[in-house]
Design a protein around this ligand. Structure first.
Ligand code: AMP
Ligand code: GLY
Length: 418
């Protein structure tokens, strides 16, 4: 069985690691992957990015299953194209991918199906958006509707900053077409949780919850990043929170998917805010999270390929996902200066030799230069540790990090402590 994973980060390395454990898998290609993935037996990277090139490769290599890591190609319709050529691919079609690709589409869907979410209005006209600011409370949240690599959300503390955000998006077009429309929504105060789930459009089955750590600095300070670490399970997702999530978000989402005749097998990643007034849906992502995947998959005892196949075969309701006990802590090692300007091409020591009991290394911004592994991005490596509880997982992760070094290596010291 040959698998193609599309993407190049720590998420894709973790997917390749988990899928390679299934004995029927003979080869995994990651497009374009990174040299860290190639340290796994059975895994090879291929430098392909465009849908047509990926399709040609999947046909020529007789790929049995394709899994798409990131959102851009899903929104661009890769699943529809692969299916049109009778290829087996896991993910939403272009229509369902709009639940992530358009915030106006997803908020309208949430409203239509009574899914608990922040009150909002959407605008494409600057003057009308400005007028709406007369009636809102601050802080207020302003979002570019389209994909913006996680940068399209501004929390404006006052009217002046809200006006600047609207002008940037609708007039200056700093996010290009992604900012043709904006959503202005109520600010929610609370704690966030990432709840990844699998769906075959007949049921939605949540995985273990996770908690991202988005800010660059300890204590959740400084600018936002792509994620500096994750823990799983999320300690704030109590039984009570889980029940509210299922009743107010998951069940009406499934009703919406069925009423809209969205028929797909893939992932729904619910980004939720736990507040004193209940659990609210902030957003849908229609793919696995990064770095959530790196913390969640090491807790999964079940075989991931069997789970994906059951989902594609619409047998998900019969699949009992088994989990290990304990917790995981994933710490991101970043280049000094990230999320701002940072150097690349710096030698990394310790990747090939990395060996720590109950720990995993997933590579992200890593390249190979004359057989030496070097930094190639902001977020370079993920070190994940399992422990019988969160504090042991935290300790194990920080001990394992000592095996890795590169000049300027930066990481938060409090993943799992806040
Ligand atoms: P989104 O892409 O919609 O998930 O937004 C990105 C991040 O912005 C979220 O993970 C939250 O940290 C923050 N955010 C989004 N919407 C709200 C909101 N209504 N209230 C407070 N924070 C929000
Ligand atoms: N960790 C957030 C995301 O994958 O979008």
């Amino acid at each position: 069985m040959k698998i193609l994973i599309i993407g190049k980060g720590g998420r894709e390395h973790a997917l390749a690691w988990k899928l390679s454990q299934n004995e029927s898998v003979t080869k995994i290609y990651v497009a374009e992957g990174n040299p860290g993935c190639e340290l796994l037996p059975k895994v090879a990277c291929v430098k392909l990015h465009k849908i047509d090139d990926l399709l040609g490769f999947a046909l020529a290599e007789k790929i049995d299953l394709t899994i798409v890591g990131s959102e851009e190609l899903l929104v661009a319709g890769i699943v529809d194209k692969f299916k049109a050529h009778n290829l087996r691919i896991f993910g939403p079609d272009q229509n369902a991918a709009q639940l992530e690709g358009s915030k106006v589409f997803s908020k309208d869907f949430m409203k239509k199906y009574g899914i608990k979410t922040a009150a909002y209005e959407s605008f494409s006209d600057y003057a009308k958006a400005l007028k709406y600011l007369d009636q809102v409370n601050y802080p207020i949240v302003i979002k570019a509707s389209g994909l913006a690599a996680g940068k399209g959300v501004i929390i404006a503390p006052n009217r002046d900053e809200a006006e600047i955000a609207l002008a940037d998006m609708l007039l200056e077009r700093i996010f290009g077409d992604s900012g043709n429309e904006v959503v202005i929504e109520e600010f929610l105060d609370g704690v966030e949780a990432s709840i990844l789930s699998f769906t075959d459009s007949q049921v939605i089955i949540p995985l273990i919850s996770a908690k991202d750590h988005k800010k660059i600095g300890d204590g959740e300070t400084g600018p936002n990043t792509g994620g500096m670490g994750v823990i799983a399970p999320n300690p704030y997702v109590t039984d009570e929170v889980n029940q509210a999530f299922i009743r107010d978000i998951l069940e009406p989402t499934l009703r919406g998917i069925q009423s809209e005749k969205m028929d797909f097998a893939g992932v729904i990643f619910f980004g939720v805010m736990i507040t004193k007034n209940g659990v609210y849906l902030l957003e849908y992502n229609m793919r696995m999270g990064d770095p959530e995947t790196q913390a969640v998959l090491p807790l999964m005892e079940s075989d991931l390929l069997e789970l994906i196949n059951a989902t594609l075969d619409k047998q998900l309701a019969l699949f009992d996902i088994k989990w290990r006990s304990g917790a995981t802590c994933c710490v991101v090692l970043a280049s000094g200066g990230y999320p701002h300007k940072h150097p690349v091409g710096i030698d990394i020591c310790g990747i090939r030799e990395f060996n720590a009991q109950g720990c995993y290394l997933f590579a992200a911004g890593v390249a190979s230069k004359q057989n030496q592994l070097v930094t190639a991005g902001g977020r370079v490596l993920n070190i994940v540790a399992h422990g019988s509880d969160l504090s042991i997982a935290h300790e194990n992760a920080y001990n394992a990090i000592k095996q890795i070094s590169f000049d300027g290596c930066y990481f938060r010291s409090d993943i799992g402590k806040v």
